[in-house]
Design a protein around this ligand. Structure first.
Ligand code: FE2
Length: 345
């Protein structure tokens, strides 16, 4: 059952009203209620909730809102918060929630084994659920792939007036620059941001899909986007024509492709921390991990999971930046400063 953030009170008042339909053998969890606060609105997540309900007999209630609004709500509710699990996207947002003290540490041998160390908080405050890569999309009729050299290409004077990217206030760009600061140091990262902003075909406008559409329309030749926006278009019968003349370039150079994640943690004041643990552990099992790849075009965070997704298969392999994502938050303020100085709106 899903609620917008303002449906919260009604949702909580109604908690006892609906607990039927639990399968046989669901054990001690049957009839209990788990409240998930999530900034994601994807089919993969609804499939995950349904599968968890079916496996355990637990009734999953979700409160959905934009990531920063979700944090505000959790802060405002404090000890009265009904949230058991917090789900959001981008290590930068997980860090913001962490800074507000919204997570309770979780020590789970299952999770520590399933999730690679760089994809979870060192103290178990959050765990990656699925991965996304920040890639370059280009028009092969206008850009020679052999001349691309990683993220640095966006700063190449050859692309003057030809680059599209969304605004610098967006967490995906902030986290990318935070990773580049770690990789290159502040001075080179600043130079990069300044030169990329100097190459813009237009002021940042819209989300990642809009940047892809702008390349398709010839407004720019190359754009910076998350891979799943491109994969979604590739897999969509109605939209695939948009991307058939475009290509993805993996910025594998030096440390590799910036990978980020969607993640989950146990809420600090979780009424049901044990159910929250069960839920997060369940999310790392095969079926939910496949949901992320097959329904949302993300990559499973558990490296052994096999999945079927024609677009992801076509996009192929890439080299992943091994930086521990829990480190990105430390550079967040610095990244925003560099963007401001760069004149990247
Ligand atoms: Fe996104």
């Amino acid at each position: 059952m899903r609620f917008g953030i303002f449906g919260l009170v009604i949702a909580i008042l109604g908690l006892s009203a609906c607990s039927g339909g639990a399968p046989d053998g669901a054990g001690a969890s049957e009839g209990k209620v788990l409240v998930v606060f999530s900034s994601r609105h994807y089919d993969s997540d609804y499939a995950l909730y349904d599968a968890f309900e079916e496996a355990t007999g637990v009734d999953v209630r979700t409160i959905e809102a934009d990531g920063d609004l979700l944090v505000e709500r959790l802060k405002a509710d404090g000890k009265r918060s009904p949230a058991d699990v917090i789900v959001t996207v981008d290590a930068g947002r997980l860090w913001r929630a962490e800074q507000e003290g919204l997570f309770a540490p979780l020590d789970s041998a299952k999770l520590n084994e399933a999730v690679p160390a760089g994809m979870r908080h060192p103290d178990g405050l959050w765990f990656g659920l699925a991965k996304r890569a920040r890639v370059l999309v280009y028009a092969p009729d206008r850009v020679d792939e052999a001349k691309l050299t990683g993220y640095e290409s966006l700063a190449d004077p050859a692309f003057k007036g030809k680059v599209c990217a969304r605004s610098s206030g967006n967490i995906y760009n902030i986290s990318l620059l935070a990773a580049l600061i770690d990789r290159w140091g502040t001075e080179k990262a600043q130079e990069w941001a300044t030169n990329v902003a100097g190459n813009f075909a237009r002021d940042p406008l819209g989300g990642d899909t809009d940047q892809i559409k702008a390349v398709a329309a010839g407004e720019c030749d190359i754009a910076l986007v998350n891979h799943y926006y491109f994969a979604r278009l590739m897999n969509d019968e109605k939209d695939k024509g948009l991307v058939e003349n475009l290509a993805v370039y993996w910025p594998n150079a030096d440390a590799g492709v910036h990978v980020n994640l969607s993640g989950a943690g146990v809420a600090k004041n979780a009424p049901n921390p044990e159910l929250a643990r069960q839920f997060i552990e369940f999310a790392m099992t095969e079926q939910p991990q496949r949901f992320f790849a097959e329904l949302t075009n993300e990559y499973p965070v558990v490296p052994t999971i096999k999945y079927e997704n024609a677009a992801l298969e076509k996009l192929g392999e890439f080299k992943e930046d091994p930086i521990a994502l829990s480190k990105l938050g430390e550079n967040q303020a610095e990244a925003q400063r560099l963007f401001d100085r760069a004149g990247w709106p």
